[in-house]
Design a protein around this ligand. Sequence first.
Ligand code: 5AD
Ligand code: SF4
Length: 423
Amino acid sequence: MNSYDSDRLLESVRSTHEQVKSPETADVIVFNTCHIREKAAEKIYSELGKIKKIKKNNIDTKLIITGCVAQAEGKAMISRQPIIDAVIGPQMYHKFNKVIEEVKSKKVLELDFDSQDKFKYLKKKRLNFSRSAFVTIQEGCDKFCSFCVVPFTRGAEASRKSYHIFDEVNHLVENGCKEVILLGQNVNAYHGFDKYNNEVNLAKLITSLEKIKDLKRISYTTSHPVDMHEELIELHGYSKKLNPYLHLPVQSGSDKILKLMNRKYTKTSYLQIIDRLRNKCSNIALSSDFIVGYPNETRRDFKDTLDLVKEVNFAQAYSFKYSSRVGTKSAKNKINNISNEEKNDRLQELQELLNTQQRKFNTDFVSKKVEVLVKGKGKKINQYRGTTKWMQVVNFQLSKEAKSIENVKIIKASNNSLLGEVL
Ligand code: 5AD
Ligand code: SF4
């Protein structure tokens, strides 16, 4: 979502500013920040050290912090690092134009929650086009998982109107886009309205987007298991455009930990969702997020996570050590009782298992023919890079201009990508 937001921020000042290649030549430097885990949030302050030198040489250069660290830390960011000139929360991006002017003469703070205004601003046409595009359809979250800062930084759940999304996607497709990835912190909780004020859920939204003829692929992320409704699961069975891919964070395989996390499902009910999905779409690639070392997680609880992973067989996954985030329920409990060493051990064990599964998933594609949506040039001469419907990266050589979709035979697989030959 930050990548999408960064593009939109850039687009909103296109008439007055242009993008430069290095910060040394910039009038305005923007850091779009992530607060989800401690590591991401701390990164910003180490990066700011470099900007200090640039600002010393160019006294008129302004530094603006956007994103969730801006929202969470607000004015305190300027006290901690006085080289910061403005702090803008994620719901205030429609004011970016104004801030970029105001910041020339004073420090600026924009930290309110005003998601509908932001969505109005998002309605404006896109200026950056690519074959695969992110499109935000909802923001914020009402789930309040005990560990998570999102409800505090992105605010309450809010969905965009379905016809605004349709117009945005249509416009992207008219300009060459073939794949959209619908975004939201809790994307499958999407509940927008159409022109006639009828409620539209995610399954209905996807069905309407499928009617855009030249749109070839649709994906959505990130989903919560409790919002994985039957209509959406069924859509995975018969949709011609929905990618056979789902990122469905489980976080833990222990019912005790899931309850402490306030996730509102159990290991069994998660596995039932996976079964129902596989019944409709047998070749679906499943991805997930995991947290290890959550307060009071025992070796036994961790083993439940490993067992769940073995049962599901994931195609891809992200895993993290628990970190305490200010304002969350887990932070208020003031317990962080799993040592860093133990967290490291659990993370390594989990990642080894997940990596093995990912490698196996990819290796099974060797000798298969797949359609690759070409997204750009690769690192080597005459190399192109694209993705399969299962969201794997594929590199292939071609001495002429590649089409938007190429039929490719997979000849080699590694953990993170596939190598193919154009047929
Ligand atoms: N500590 C560790 N991981 C976290 N995540 C969210 N909050 C925390 C936290 N406090 C992870 C979850 C989520 C992903 C985006 O980040 O796994 O799904
Ligand atoms: Fe955070 Fe996702 Fe839980 Fe919402 S559902 S609180 S975004 S982890």
